[in-house]
Design a binder for this molecule. Structure first.
Ligand SMILES: *Cc1c(COP(=O)(O)O)cnc(C)c1O
Ligand SMILES: [Zn+2]
Length: 388
């Protein structure tokens, strides 16, 4: 077991990993799991990964679950990195790749975070799990809680895509529909959790979902033969994947698996909910709540994120950026991606393809760079967004 403790991302205060934890007890900021990477480096050689199982658990030494504990798993991770020759070719981008996260259990990359977080919550004795969700996190929690034999209490906005609501119910979860946004769902859980005995699984308010999502960074490096791409386009809501990948890059550098070069990280948001883009453009170090948030890309409908300061730091350190895409452009480009690449992408993923066009046009990305787009979910969950 290489996990040593949890460290606050803001004030650095140490917390014990062996107890259920949410935010830093001193400053209410997210906690990161910290590993003895020198010991990991002695125990694990990157070349030995190749023969391991094709799931995120192949990176077991840099995941928090003790080695003698069986993970709660549905085969998450190990998704393909697909060359987008036809879509990219049309734009002159000859080195474009899609990390297809729709191929995870419950059809989105939320499975990565929940597999690790539910495994840890169960190991540490939680029995009732609660989560506020814009959609896909609810489906993932419902699935992993069912598999673990734990209760799932899922709070979603009333206008969450129907597929997510039905999926959670059919996976046996208790579903509460709220007239409001994901932030209102979070407030409701915070108000009731003590009396109900719920453990709050909100992203980054719980220390282990980010560990599941950081495996995106490990997979990317491994699939590109330990050379990171020049550019990453990431559809950003709570930002857990972006923050997790950045953590993975630092861990891999400490392990000697990669060098100090980093991709330019771009946050893609919906024009109807773009708190990070706004804060990035304003030169701010934190993001104000975005008023009247609306977009059909429900995963991007996060008006206020607890990891805002971490995202903004990463975008600047990486010399990346932040851009918006409107819903109409997301829906329009879905068919272009589908008909050239064979993937029915989620609107969140589609937003990155639309953003790529504008970033190429403005010269912020050069066509010969190695570019990776994250398709974070499947279009199948968003049929309400499309005309019949
Ligand atoms: C949750 C979600 C996102 C946003 O992910 P974060 O890591 O929270 O920024 C993007 N796309 C889809 C499909 C999602 O479900
Ligand atoms: Zn702190």
């Amino acid at each position: 077991m290489f996990l040593t403790h949890l460290g606050c991302t803001s004030c650095g205060l140490r917390h014990e990993w062996s107890r259920l934890q949410n935010l830093c007890t001193a400053c209410q900021k997210p906690l990161f799991p910290i590993y003895d990477l020198a010991a990991v480096g002695r125990a694990l050689n990157r070349d030995s990964l190749a023969t391991r199982e094709k799931s995120l658990w192949r990176y077991r030494e840099v995941l928090p679950l003790p080695p003698d504990v069986e993970p709660v798993s549905l085969g998450e991770g190990g998704t393909p990195l697909l060359r987008a020759a036809r879509f990219g070719g049309g734009l002159g981008a000859r080195n474009l790749w899609i990390k297809d996260e729709a191929q995870n259990p419950t059809q989105s990359f939320k499975a990565r975070g929940m597999a690790v977080a539910v495994s840890m919550a169960k190991h540490l004795g939680a029995t009732r799990l609660a989560v506020p969700t814009a959609g896909n996190a609810g489906g993932a929690l419902a699935a992993y809680a069912a598999r673990a034999g734990l209760e799932a209490h899922i709070f979603m906005p009333r206008d969450t895509p129907r597929a997510n609501v039905i999926e959670c119910r059919e996976l046996g979860a208790d579903v509460v529909l709220i007239d409001g946004l994901i932030t209102d769902c979070g407030t409701e859980i915070a108000r009731r959790k003590e009396a109900e005995g719920w453990f709050d699984m909100s992203t980054l308010k719980e220390p282990y979902r980010v560990e599941g999502k950081k495996t995106l960074g490990y997979e990317l490096a491994e699939q590109l033969d330990w050379k990171l791409p020049d550019v990453v386009l990431y559809p950003t809501g709570g930002g857990t994947g972006l923050i997790g990948m950045w953590k993975a890059f630092d861990e891999m550098e400490a392990l000697g698996w990669i060098g100090s070069a980093r991709p330019r990280m771009f946050s893609i948001q919906a024009s109807g909910c773009a708190p990070i883009v706004r804060a990035f453009e304003a030169g701010a170090t934190s993001a104000a709540e975005f008023p009247d948030a609306h977009t059909c890309a429900s995963g991007l409908r996060v008006p206020k994120a607890v990891g805002d300061f971490l995202m903004l730091k990463i975008l600047r350190e990486s010399k990346g950026g932040a851009v918006t895409v409107d819903d109409e452009a997301m829906i329009r480009i879905t068919r272009e991606v589908g008909s050239t690449e064979g993937l029915f992408v989620a609107p969140e993923g589609a937003a990155c393809f639309a953003a790529l066009k504008s970033l190429l046009a403005s010269g912020k990305i050069a066509p010969d760079e190695r570019i990776v787009i994250f398709n974070t979910g499947s279009g199948i969950k968003y049929l309400d967004c499309y005309e019949q």
